[in-house]
Design a protein around this ligand. Structure first.
Ligand code: HEC
Ligand SMILES: [Cu+2]
Length: 353
């Protein structure tokens, strides 16, 4: 004969009154509602805007529902285990029961659920590979802590910009991504992904946007102190607008824009002295350590998403960027007089094709 089960303390759990359970359930609902209230917006995986993201979201919902069922079953079994009862089984019977749980719950259940997940996951992953018809190619390179964006096949010659990505809507786009210094992560949650940006290697992912919209993207691989401030503004445009956007960013147009105003020669000289070693402005300089500034006036944000672009924003950035984005790789220009910084800011803001 066995001893009677003696989980006396734990069996108290049964005495939790049903009113208390209701209260716990209510608190749980409020907490979950609070968390999920943040599940919309331009970076929400729950609001997919492309097939790849829809696949991922579907898998996410299936996994969530399945794990909720598992949680409920395990909780019920757990509570059931506390039930005080006479144990009348023999040791051999106990072993038989244990074996059934190990084989059923430890082998059959995981194999079945992982197979079911793979049945969804493998085709979804396959659709994100750049297979079949060649598509529009956009190169994205992660830097500490900003994104370089290149359009190698633009009609008229390669277009380079930063922190602002436009893509055609309703057609597949192959993103060729890599890293300039450390590993970064390319992730546009509403379109799908994500994929690592690794120095010395090009990773490819095919994504498509169903609607013309602005999407948020964020570096998804811890890459140093500025990681949280490494956003990418993604905009999907109808084909004609996309082509026009690229067309306006050809080298000759950008050079003409930067050198148009003869009165600004002094400002351009200041730029050549203090900024040219790191920044490219077509027609003025060709530094390649920081973002290309040839079309900076048309960016939606500054500092890879830390500031909204508006009148005076560039000069604010020049004066306060180490406060706005602590640790970023642009040296502070506190030694320059504010009039020069304001003039540089005002001139850069005119660089909007
Ligand atoms: C040593 C290199 C270096 C120098 C010199 C430098 N910058 Fe930068 N700059 C950077 C880097 C790196 C970034 C990206 C910072 C980030 O977002 O993490 C940057 C970012 C910027 C941005 C924001 C770009 C964007 O897309 O959001 C502006 C505007 C800018 N610099 C202007 C200037 C001006 C004007 C000067 C000269 C007074 C200057 N920079 C000098 C390296 C430099
Ligand atoms: Cu990062």
């Amino acid at each position: 004969m066995r001893e009677r089960n003696s989980y006396t303390i734990l069996s108290n759990i049964q005495r939790v009154s049903s009113r208390r359970v209701n209260l716990i359930a209510l608190i749980a609902v409020i907490v979950i509602a609070g968390f999920t209230a943040g599940c919309s917006g331009d970076k929400s995986i729950l609001d997919p805007a492309g097939q790849a993201a829809r696949d991922v979201t579907l898998i996410w919902w299936i996994m969530l529902s399945f794990s909720a069922v598992v949680l409920i079953v395990v909780t019920v079994l757990w509570l059931y285990a506390f039930k005080p009862r006479e144990v009348t089984r023999t040791a051999a019977q106990e072993r038989g029961i244990a074996r059934r749980w190990i084989i059923g719950g430890g082998i059959v259940l995981p194999v079945a659920s992982i197979t079911a997940l793979l049945a969804f996951g493998v085709p979804a992953g396959q659709r994100m590979l750049p297979l079949g018809e060649p598509a529009e190619v956009i190169e994205v390179i992660g830097h500490q802590w900003w994104f370089e964006v290149r359009y190698p096949n633009a009609e008229g010659g390669e277009v380079v910009t930063a922190n602002h990505l436009v893509m055609p809507v309703g057609e597949p786009v192959d993103f060729n991504v890599s890293g300039a210094d450390v590993i970064h992560g390319f992730w546009i949650p509403r379109l799908g992904g994500k994929i690592d940006m690794i120095p010395g290697r090009v990773n490819r992912i095919r994504l498509e946007a169903d609607i013309p919209a602005v999407f948020g993207a964020q570096c998804a691989e811890l890459c140093g102190v500025g990681h949280a401030h490494m956003h990418l503004h993604v905009e999907s445009l109808p084909r004609e607008e996309y082509d026009a956007w690229l067309g306006a960013r050809q080298d000759e147009q950008l050079s003409a824009l930067a050198t148009a105003d003869a009165d600004q020669e002094e400002v351009r000289d200041a730029f050549r002295t203090h900024c040219a070693s790191c920044h490219q402005v077509a027609g003025v300089s060709s530094g390649n350590i920081g973002p290309d500034l040839s079309d900076i006036g048309s960016r939606a944000t500054l500092g890879a998403g830390v500031m909204v672009m508006e009148e005076g924003a560039v000069s604010q950035w020049l004066k306060h960027h180490q406060t706005l984005k602590p640790g970023n790789r642009m040296p502070s220009h506190g030694d320059m007089d504010t009039d020069t910084l304001d003039a540089l800011g005002a001139w850069l803001e005119t660089l909007s094709p």
